[in-house]
Design a protein around this ligand. Structure first.
Ligand SMILES: Cc1cc2nc3c(=O)[nH]c(=O)nc-3n(C[C@H](O)[C@H](O)[C@H](O)COP(=O)(O)OP(=O)(O)OC[C@H]3O[C@@H](n4cnc5c(N)ncnc54)[C@H](O)[C@@H]3O)c2cc1C
Length: 468
């Protein structure tokens, strides 16, 4: 057991918290979204929370933690939903929320600290020069830009710009290493893949440079259809028209919208599936012409509603907010993350939609993927057991629809189910003792793990904590 009294002394001048209730609060994220992760991670807590205000303080904390052999798990706002920010071996939670300064805004780019909330970053770049982030997760009002880069993938705006993995969607990161003498590295271009979506396992991001797009007063629109597949075809046709500028396109199957989109309910029709959209003001007229041609039932428009007071942004009905809204009113739901590879993505959606009536409810996000418009799925699932969930996953995969499993806390099992050599090699360089966010990168913990075995990885440190 590390000497935390001594560690606190050595961190004098830096904000630290060791009240167990407060530490536990900052040791949790949205892991409880998954009934599987909830059971596995409920007991997880750190020993100390340290909240640096500058890169110098980050370096001091990492130096002390390294000397004591104490794990460090970075945290933005804790909105990740795979337990990404949970300290599986205890130790220090590095709360990055106080590092939230915007340093420079220029045409097409912004430089900022990682702890800034994305909606606040957008407010500042809009006020400065009418620019905004190219895309953001649906948690923009609460999540940090650093947490998005280290733990997220894409979101609102990805229909035009793709995701974080696309070259050019992050410009530069400053990263501090976990060594006896921490180094500060500047990464750009291909090197960004070393730390983006690595859950903070191989470096602490202390500065971010992101590309910007022109900001618009996006108009929220909800279009209704009597069947989910009509909604999907509308969305697919719309997103393949070149001239209409959209920021969000999400078909969602009945009964989810009417039953769970409480604030929009007065505008929705029972039994209808919907498409949730954000449309640029100058594209509204052509958009409406297309909707009319496709016999879409325009249920809601933020530009014609009397007041938007108390009504959430359209994007807060989409991405993982769809799941959140259903879960808030009915804890019997969980969800999956599905790829429907093109060009026959619409046919694949139809096949999967027909396979699980009353059990799996369609929710798609249209995005640009490798230059093509495709759809990814976040379908809601009526949860009965882990066995049935695994069966639903298997049936998707057997039908050519790969699943990114949101019920796993490791990078590999939630992703491509294979070792990411670039991230692993970088970790060898930057975190030789394996102290950064332990348990999240299987390739580090157990290089011989056989992903084809069908077994789930259980991090030994997690087990010993539950036995303690
Ligand atoms: C309702 C809901 C909707 C969501 N919608 C989306 C979505 O549309 N798109 C999407 O991609 N995700 C989505 N997510 C997941 C999550 O919100 C996003 O990934 C979010 O951007 C995470 O930001 P955060 O500040 O909360 O990060 P956290 O959850 O605190 O951290 C995320 C990961 O980043 C690491 N980390 C944090 N800061 C740093 C740093 N400075 N340096 C190194 N590592 C760091 C953490 O250790 C953790 O592994 C959603 C989640 C919820 C609950």
């Amino acid at each position: 057991m590390a000497d935390y009294a001594l560690i606190k002394q050595e961190l004098e001048g830096i904000a630290v918290e060791d009240n167990p209730a407060l530490v536990r609060q900052k040791s949790r994220d949205f892991y409880w979204y998954s009934p599987v992760l909830k059971a596995q991670l409920d007991h997880v807590t750190a020993d100390l929370v340290a909240s640096p205000k500058s890169e110098e303080e980050v370096i001091r904390i990492l130096k002390v933690a390294y000397a004591h052999g104490v794990p460090v798990t970075p945290r933005g706002a804790g909105t990740g939903n795979y337990g990404q920010a949970m300290p599986l071996s205890g130790g220090i939670v590095l709360n990055m929320a106080l590092m939230n300064a915007v340093k420079e805004i220029k045409p097409g780019r912004v430089v900022c600290e990682p702890g800034i909330i994305m909606a606040e970053l957008d407010r500042q770049t809009r006020a400065h020069s009418g620019q905004e982030l190219r895309f953001h997760p649906s948690t923009a009002q609460t999540a940090t830009i650093g947490g998005f880069i280290a733990g997220g993938s894409g979101g609102v705006g990805s229909i035009t710009w793709g995701g974080l993995r696309d070259l050019g969607n992050i410009l530069r990161l400053r990263v501090v290493t976990m060594e006896a003498e921490p180094r500060v590295l500047e990464l750009s271009a291909w090197d960004l893949q070393k730390v983006s979506h690595a859950y903070g396992t191989n470096g602490i991001i202390t500065e971010v440079e992101m590309p910007l797009a022109p900001a618009y007063d996006w108009i929220d629109v909800i279009v209704g259809y009597d069947s989910f597949m009509e909604a999907v075809k509308f969305a697919d046709g719309l997103t393949h028209r070149n001239g209409i500028l959209l920021k969000e396109v999400a078909p969602i199957a009945a009964p989810i919208p009417f039953d769970y989109f409480t604030r929009h309910k007065p505008w929705l029709k029972q039994g209808q599936s919907v498409v949730v959209l954000m449309v640029a003001p100058h594209s509204l007229e052509p958009f409406l012409a297309y909707a009319q041609m496709m016999k879409g039932d325009i249920r809601f428009r933020s530009d014609t509603v009397e007041s938007m007071k108390g009504i959430p942004h359209a994007y807060e009905l989409a991405w993982n907010h769809t799941t959140l809204r259903a879960l808030k009113l009915d804890t019997g739901f969980t969800y999956l993350q599905v790829q429907y590879p093109g060009p026959d993505h619409v046919e694949k959606v139809r096949q999967m939609d027909e396979m699980f009536p009353g059990e799996v409810f369609g929710h798609l996000e249209f995005i640009k993927f490798n230059g093509q418009i495709q759809c990814a799925g976040l379908p809601l699932v009526r949860y009965t057991s882990e066995e049935r969930l695994n069966e639903i996953i298997r049936l998707h995969e057997e039908n050519g629809c790969p699943i990114f499993n949101p019920h796993r806390y490791t990078l590999e099992e939630g992703g491509m189910k294979q070792t990411d050599m670039v991230q692993l090699d970088f970790k060898k360089e930057t975190d030789p003792k394996g102290l950064l966010n332990p348990g999240k990168m299987i390739a580090w913990e157990n290089p011989d793990f056989d992903f084809a075995s069908g077994k789930n990885y259980l991090f030994p440190g997690l087990q010993s904590m539950s036995e303690a």
